[in-house]
Design a protein around this ligand. Structure first.
Ligand SMILES: [Zn+2]
Length: 119
């Protein structure tokens, strides 16, 4: 047994003592049994948190979640730009379109907030 493996076994034992539970799943990186520490899944051998993705839906949800801050920023920038356009616009028909667009952007931002609060 190498020193690295030795350390990981010790680490695992220590975490188990602290109340971690051993999972049936193995680490996708090294094949060691994974530990559940609080809400986190942890690999003692890799010495890092493991994110286990169960289905395509979850992959999508995670990808979307990672995109949220950027998406939010983009929407805010568009809203700012739209505000400037509206300020310059005097045509009622154009204004109606722009106002509708603004409402859509605001709704999108509101929904983003809802998504990030679900976490
Ligand atoms: Zn591992």
């Amino acid at each position: 047994m190498t020193t690295g493996e030795d350390a990981s076994v010790k680490k695992m034992a220590e975490l188990l003592r602290q109340g971690a539970t051993l999972l049936a799943q193995a680490c996708p990186q090294c094949g060691s049994p994974l530990l559940k520490v609080g809400e986190d899944i942890y690999c003692a051998t890799c010495d890092r948190r493991i994110v286990i993705v169960k289905s395509d839906d979850e992959v999508d949800a995670q990808a979307v979640k990672l995109m949220l801050p950027k998406l939010h920023e983009t929407l805010l920038n568009k809203l700012k730009f739209l505000n400037e356009v509206i300020e310059r616009e005097d045509n009622v028909e154009e204004l109606t379109k722009l106002a509708n667009l603004m409402i859509l952007l605001l709704q999108a931002i509101e929904r983003l907030h809802g998504l990030s609060e679900n976490e």
